[in-house]
Design a protein. Structure first.
Length: 1070
């Protein structure tokens, strides 16, 4: 809560060092003062207020304070005024906190205050001040602790009397302390000077809940023990400690400082004690007062006044806690009474221990407290007899509170002489009690209470031993057992199929037994909730913690339904942890197996996965019980598995030391052994990242079994996911599918698909289905090829640079075909293209388009990224840093040597402008250091898009790819999009010339011979068709070009001059 302090600051006419005598002010209290509200003057604030400080307020006369005079003040909404300077905004402790320039404070209710009439509709909060000529008055109306402002209404005034320097705090009608909160319930009350030195410059009060439940109100406040002492005002702690109407505190300027230092109380007897203190300067005598703990009023010592700084009190009650206070005298001058010292003299005696405790007439001391024979409602306590046994036995006191009893506390019970045990009854179950014992010497004189001991009554909730909490695979006729509770009459049992349910058993009374066996079988594969509670003759059954168990599933007969894991954990499946051993011990708890929204981290086909990472000796995913029947070898397990990067889709080739095993339990899950491992995945292998259907014949297995997938890891590398889906136990088909499907001999238009034949070769050969879609064929899908003999098939007529998927199945007879095999995928080779138009939008991020290749040292530095700045959604990202280079090569281009094409793209900086991308080629495709630049692009902005264009010329024969290379200097990444490679649009269809049209070709169109007007400076002539294919190169040409072999159509004649220049002429062959 942010709070601000509103203080009353007063300007002084003398130096700060002169004011050190505030502790010398005398103090009086009056409980019948008239409270006269002021209605004139000035309203500082009203309504809702919080965290405010008034401007400096000028007093009509100088006010004497602490040996000087002040003329202005500040008012704080936090219940006080200050002189000299406004305190910090968060100062809620005005008597113990000093700000620079502060000359003093008067606090009537100094704490975190605030009001809000919207939460306390009966309040009309207001802070007003008025100068009455003889005195200055600050009035707080319907004020409140900020945290209890919804209920509190406090009314009080601060009076500054000009003529005498008298300070009065007068309290009007005040509500009882609030109970909404315990915050802000300890205000500071008193005055201080220009320092917070307690001994000389603070004069404050304190009161609290001492002893607990005291009836003393604010009129019984005592002198504070420190500058931080406070007054309790909390309805939660003790509403008796309140402010009576008409209470008035008065401080008058004085010179005699109070006693601030005591020495230890000595010579304590059963009726007296000796007090000693340090005499303040100027002291000539002292008055002493004392009271028994719990009394609100004081008794004057019969020897008052005393002249020495010591006094021996007599006539006190035995075994009684006393508090004392001392007043200093100097002639007619009287100081405030001192704080209440403790027995050591070094601390506060305003506590339950007081200043000292007189000795007991009864010297019996009790030790060795112990408890036994505990029940929910009774206990037996015992103790060691005193060395001198008390004639009237012992008294004991017990309570749920740890507050120790006093000599006036009424005992809970007693025993006769020599009896050192007591039986306590009527207790509350499951409750901790504190107890004390004292001797009873003669019925009047009692010993001191012993140190405390505790016991806890037994709970009415027994410890249930079976079934285990959250147990699974529990019999449908289970027995619930529990440990007996001493002292109960009987037990009640509640059982339901929902949490808190009673639909099975509704708190039936079982009598005083410790087990219950269900008389009728429960439903299988059902979760039950139950609670056992005890009761006694006087206390009904308690509400005890609820446990649950799940009954065993009935075995599902094979063939089973397909488990697609649309719910996790599937009904009758379970999770467990435990090592894989010859006799594995499992704990049925959650583990690292998780549900996933899409198999292999993609799509929306639900599945399960486990992250293989770290150290886990055994995470088990266990199937429902499955009845294989009495004949072994009829069924097989079939499921789909995949291995990917963690939460990704990247294919993996090595599981490292990770293990995933499929294990079968031959007794329905009662025992598990590493001798029954059906399949193991570990180390290197061909692991599909999209899904591979696995089958394992259950040869030699019959009866009721369970099957588990168990993952064991001992390393953080690799960090991968293992996926399972579509688990089923099915009959081993008579017509088996082929396995080990492969694709090889891949060209731009074909591939060879091969496979391994099943154990029984199908009589009618094989059928093959292929598609550009990865949707698997079904039993009714029409194959592309049938009647295939042998174990391979050549596919032809395929599109280049295209991904294909292929499946094969056996054709055993006219009416019997196998299931389709696992899929094999392949991508046909790329072919050279004449033009290019790539916007990267259909390419997955992190990769490159088909036929593009990353040839730098770091593949991710030349890859497609998502971006909407250019043409959404994707762009090509290029970056180089140090030796980590980013380079991307285009598909093969058939006409790079023609010199007639232009490369264009859009570009911009990714994060920082200035990154450079060079466009060129490799003279050696296997060596990126053979790069030759044809041009370069420098990014100019992270927001503006550059349109880049480069005519591609001078590419040597044999080069068929362009390369984009990020230079790395500077290492600022670049984004490229909308790449095109097209015929230069500036080429004309008319005859062209170089150097003032000095070279001409004719005729145009031509038949077989094309004439060149001047070949003296021509080095080479290249003929390119309109598709960009180079069809003929003529070195050192003559003036007649024999072109009769060309087909009719449009051609580009490129003249490469000896000086390096070029001329392109369009001609038409008839």
């Amino acid at each position: 809560m942010r709070k601000f302090l509103l203080t009353c600051a007063v300007a002084l006419g003398v130096g700060l060092s002169a004011q050190t005598n505030i502790a010398g002010y005398s103090f009086t209290k009056n409980t019948a003062a008239a409270y006269t509200p002021i209605t004139g003057g000035t309203v500082f604030t009203s309504g809702t207020y919080d965290n405010s400080v008034s401007p400096a307020i000028t007093l009509s006369s100088p006010f004497p304070f602490g040996g000087t005079t002040v003329t202005t003040c500040y008012i704080s909404t936090n219940g006080f005024i200050t002189f000299g300077a406004a305190p910090a905004a968060t100062n809620y402790t005005p008597l113990s906190t000093l700000e620079t320039g502060s000359l003093g404070a008067v606090s009537a209710f100094g704490q975190d205050a605030g009001t809000d009439p919207t939460t306390n509709t009966t309040a009309s909060p207001e802070i007003r001040y008025q100068d009455l000529g003889t005195e200055f008055v600050v009035q707080y109306k319907d004020h409140a602790n900020y945290f209890n402002k919804s209920t509190e209404k406090l009314n009080f005034q601060i009076h500054l009397v000009y003529a005498t320097g008298e300070v009065n705090i007068v309290y009007g009608n005040n509500s009882n302390p609030g109970t909404t909160s315990t915050s802000g319930t300890t205000p500071q009350v008193g005055i201080r000077g220009n320092s917070v030195t307690y001994t000389t410059n603070v004069n404050n009060l304190m009161i609290g809940n001492v002893p607990a439940g005291t009836t003393c109100d604010w009129s019984k406040a005592v002198t504070g023990y420190a500058n931080s002492s406070t007054m309790l005002f909390s309805g939660t702690t003790n509403a008796n400690v309140k402010i009576p109407t008409g209470l008035k505190y008065t401080w008058m300027p004085g010179t005699q400082l109070p006693v601030r230092t005591f020495t230890a109380t000595s010579a304590v007897t059963n009726n007296g004690a000796t007090l000693s203190w340090t005499a303040p300067a100027g002291a000539t005598g002292y008055n002493i007062q004392y009271r028994a703990l719990g009394s609100c009023d004081w008794t004057n010592f019969s020897g008052n006044p005393v002249s020495a700084a010591t006094a021996t009190l007599t006539g006190l009650a035995q075994n009684t806690v006393y508090q004392v206070q001392v007043q200093t005298l100097n002639g007619t001058a009287q100081s405030i009474y001192s704080h209440i010292p403790n027995a050591a003299g070094t601390g506060s005696g305003y506590a339950t221990a007081g200043s000292f405790t007189t000795l007991a007439n009864c010297t019996s001391t009790v030790t060795g407290l112990a408890s036994s024979a505990l029940t929910p409602e009774t206990a037996t306590i015992s103790w060691t007899a005193s060395t001198t046994p008390p004639a009237s036995g012992y008294e004991y006191y017990y309570s749920t509170s740890s507050t120790a009893p006093t000599n006036t506390t009424v005992p809970s019970g007693s025993t006769g002489a020599g009896i050192v045990t007591a039986n306590i009854s009527g207790l509350t179950p499951s409750t901790t009690y504190n107890y004390w014992v004292r001797g009873n010497c003669n019925g009047t004189d009692k010993g001191v209470w012993s140190s405390s001991a505790t016991f806890t009554t037994l709970s009415l909730c027994p410890t249930v031993s079976a079934p285990a909490a959250a147990a699974v695979d529990v019999s449908t006729n289970p027995t619930i057992t529990w440990t007996a509770i001493n002292g109960v009459t009987g037990y009640k049992l509640r059982v339901g199929t929902t949490a808190g349910g009673t639909d099975v058993l509704n708190n039936i009374d079982l009598g005083n037994v410790t087990s219950y066996t269900f008389t009728s079988p429960l439903s299988s594969a059902t979760k039950y909730y139950y609670s056992v509670s005890g009761y006694t003759a006087t206390t009904p059954a308690a509400t005890c913690s609820e446990r649950s168990f799940t009954t065993a599933c009935g075995a599902e007969s094979a063939p089973t339904a397909n488990q697609a894991f649309t719910a996790f954990v599937p009904n009758c499946w379970s999770l467990a942890k435990g090592d894989v051993t010859a006799n594995s011990t499992l704990t049925y708890v959650t583990n690292k197996w998780l549900a996933e929204a899409g198999f292999a981290n993609t799509g929306s086909n639900a599945a399960v996965r486990i992250n293989l990472y770290g150290t886990n000796t055994g995470d088990w995913l266990i199937s429902q019980p499955i009845n294989l029947g009495t004949t072994a070898g009829l069924y097989r397990v079939k499921y789909k598995m995949a291995v990917t990067s963690y939460l990704g889709t990247t294919a993996q080739t090595n599981l490292g030391t990770h293990l995933v095993r499929m294990i079968i339990s031959t007794d329905g899950g009662t025992t598990w052994s590493n001798a029954n491992v059906l399949k193991t995945y570990t180390g290197t292998g061909s692991y599909s990242n999209t899904g591979l259907t696995e089958t394992v014949n259950l040869t030699g297995y019959s009866g009721t079994v369970k099957i588990a997938f168990v993952a064991s890891t001992s390393s953080t590398s690799p960090d991968i996911d293992f996926h399972i889906d579509d688990f089923v136990v099915e009959a081993i088909p008579s017509c088996l599918e082929p396995t080990a499907i492969l694709a090889n001999s891949i060209t731009s238009s074909g591939a060879t698909i091969s496979w391994t034949a099943p154990a029984t070769v199908p009589a009618n050969g094989y059928q093959l289905y292929y598609s550009t879609s990865n949707t698997a064929p079904t039993g009714t899908t029409t194959p592309n090829l049938t009647g295939i003999t042998g174990n391979s098939q050549v596919l032809s007529g395929l599109a280049p640079a295209t991904m294909y998927y292929a499946w094969v199945r056996s054709n055993c007879s006219a009416s019997s075909t196998s299931a389709w095999s696992n899929v094999v995928s392949f991508t046909t080779s790329c072919t050279a293209v004449a033009t290019l138009n790539e916007n990267f939008d259909t390419t997955a991020t992190g990769s490159l388009p088909v036929c593009w290749t990353s040839i730098g040292s770091t593949a991710s530095y030349a890859a497609v990224n998502a971006s909407s700045v250019m043409s959404a959604p994707n762009v090509l990202y290029l970056y180089t840093s140090g030796s980590s280079t980013g380079m991307a090569a285009t598909p093969e281009l058939s006409n790079l040597q023609s010199g007639n094409y232009t490369l264009k793209f859009k570009g911009r900086a990714n994060l920082t402008a200035g990154g450079i991308v060079q466009i060129g080629y490799l003279t050696n495709p296997a060596d990126t250091f053979s790069f030759v630049a044809l041009g370069s692009y420098t990014s100019t902005s992270t927001t503006a898009i550059d349109n880049y264009s480069l005519d591609i010329t001078g590419v040597p024969a044999g080069v068929n790819k362009l390369v984009f290379k990020h230079t790395g200097a500077p290492a600022n990444s670049v984004l490229i999009d909308d790449v095109t490679y097209q015929l230069n649009p500036n080429l004309a269809t008319s005859e062209a010339s170089v150097k003032n049209n000095s070279i001409k070709t004719y005729p145009n169109p031509f038949s077989d011979v094309l004439n060149i007007s001047d070949v003296s400076n021509v080095k080479n002539i290249m003929v390119t068709d309109v598709a960009g294919r180079l069809v003929k190169t003529i070195s050192n040409p003559s003036s007649e070009l024999q072109l009769g072999e060309l087909k009719q159509g449009l051609y580009l004649i490129t003249l490469e001059m000896k000086d390096g220049s070029k001329q392109v002429i369009k001609t038409i062959k008839k």
